[in-house]
Design a protein around this ligand. Structure first.
Ligand code: 9MR
Length: 465
């Protein structure tokens, strides 16, 4: 709050004393050190990021987020599988933990997400239509009520369209028909009259069939009085492929009368990163940021994480990654520098001295790997874990990760690895599609586990062949 008051004071001075304003805005030393959140606030927009409760246990990462971002999106903690795992049994513990951390860092929060085809429990998906409609309204009402007054916005409905602009044939669509999206927005508005209500999707960043469909839906909602305040463009982009029509697309939504936010920005590349790819990525970040910042009504940009250490990309797109503005060691990449400049700063020379290596043909070097273990989300008695595996300086064809749980935890289901347990000991091996890793490349596997008294992080060991 002190920060806002100070900025308000400066802008008042700027209005009254133009000469002083010129002196202030021309001082490069002041801007050079500015975190994105301060630059954003000076422009009347925000810079946000996403994090899970597990990631916020990493104190250096948490501090980086607090320094750079003034908006926070919980990565998983407000999704249905966490918040209502069984009908009528609500669990807001993990989401509350993210909100508490954000509040402590003087950040606002975007709620994500109420109605989605993914990360929604089977009990919801298996309901007959009439019960499903009631379950949707009950879920929205209870969750939005719980967070009333605490959030900036809700992603009410997420990813409801297909690439060709038709409705995604999800269980929502198939059982409830076209009307479910408007019903979801109405239920959200009834539960919180003030929070901004967003429709959020990917591959809607530029003008195209899918964004046309969202545009037409928003237009008809506004005509019919269905409450909607904003459109979220996720912007999960690929290096060298930022849509040229992004600014135009943002502008047309704003012209309709809703606000726009870039909600999940990351720009992935084939790994390992090279200096050339990082340079292209930097100009891509600038292009995406410029598209938003050029349009009054594009209220802010959120990146889906800050550091490559915690990106979702390598586990979903094997062989791709390095998508975020900070590297695995939390050092600023050229992308950060470009983002900082786009927000009006003078950039920061990347502090990383890591020179990206060009892959060499792996012949005969000692094969090695490293692994890192993280709790993605945690609730009473259960948790979701993720282990990232990174090859050393030589290519590997297979890897094994082992650990011993310190507090008697156990693993119940696993994806992207095969696991054998013996007491508290866990041995995880690659499957046939994710054993081969180029030098320095990574992959990840995940699991659901249970815990009782404590859920300590085990030390993990990785061996490769
Ligand atoms: O970052 C989230 C990751 O931890 C989850 O495993 C994944 C499961 O679908 O969801 C990720 O976040 C997604 C977001 O909620 C919606 N848009 C796409 C994001 C990346 O998958």
């Amino acid at each position: 709050m002190a920060r806002r008051t100070w900025q308000a004071g400066i802008s008042a001075m700027v209005t009254a004393l133009g000469v002083v304003a010129i002196t202030l805005t021309n001082a490069p030393e002041a801007a050079a050190a500015s975190p994105l959140r301060d630059l954003a606030a000076a422009k009347g927009v925000y810079f946000g990021t996403a994090a899970t409760v597990g990631e916020l246990n990493d104190s250096a990462y948490k501090a980086l987020g607090a320094r750079e971002a003034d908006m926070m999106t919980p990565g998983n903690e407000m999704k249905w599988d966490t918040t209502e795992p069984n009908r009528g049994q609500f669990n807001f513990g993990p989401g509350d933990a993210v909100v508490a951390a954000a509040t402590a860092a003087n950040q606002r929060v975007r709620g994500h997400t109420l109605v989605w085809h993914s990360q929604t429990p089977n009990w919801v998906q298996n309901l007959p239509a009439t019960e499903l409609r009631q379950a949707m309204v009950d879920h929205i009402t209870t969750e939005v009520n719980h967070y009333e007054g605490k959030l900036y916005a809700w992603d009410v409905v997420n990813e409801a369209f297909s690439e060709d602009g038709t409705r995604r044939q999800s269980f929502w669509q198939q059982k409830l028909g076209d009307g479910y999206i408007a019903e979801a927005f109405r239920a959200a508005r009834a539960a919180d009259p003030a929070v901004k209500l967003y429709y959020n999707d990917y591959n809607t960043d530029g003008v195209g069939a899918k964004s046309d469909a969202v545009y037409n839906m928003v237009k008809s909602f506004l005509q019919q009085g269905v409450p909607i305040d904003g459109v979220g463009l996720q912007a999960h982009l690929i290096v060298g492929q930022v849509p040229g029509s992004m600014r135009q697309n943002i502008q047309r939504f704003v012209d309709l009368g809703v606000e726009v936010a870039i909600t999940e920005l990351d720009i992935r590349m084939p790994t390992p990163a090279t200096a050339a790819k990082l340079a292209t990525q930097a100009s891509d970040y600038k292009a995406a940021a410029d598209a938003c910042l050029a349009v009054a009504g594009c209220v802010g940009i959120t990146t889906w994480g800050l550091s490559d250490k915690y990106s979702w990309i390598p586990s979903v797109f094997p062989g791709e990654g390095a998508a975020l503005p900070f590297d695995d060691a939390l050092q600023a990449k050229p992308a950060y520098d470009a983002l900082n400049r786009a927000y009006g700063g003078t950039g920061s020379t990347p502090t990383s001295t890591t020179t990206p290596t060009t892959p060499t043909t792996p012949t005969g070097g000692a094969k090695s790997c490293t692994a890192s273990y993280a709790i993605v989300s945690q609730w009473q008695g259960g948790f979701q874990g993720e282990v990232k595996v990174t090859a050393g300086g030589s290519a590997v064809t297979a890897w094994t990760v082992t650990w011993t749980f310190p507090n008697g935890q156990s693993v119940s289901s696993v994806w992207n690895a095969s696991v054998v347990t013996s007491g508290s000991g866990v041995t995880a091996k690659n499957l046939n599609y994710n054993g081969r890793l180029d030098p320095g490349a990574g992959t990840a596997f995940g699991f659901l586990g249970s815990w009782n008294s404590a859920n300590g992080i085990p030390s993990v060991a990785c061996t490769a062949s």
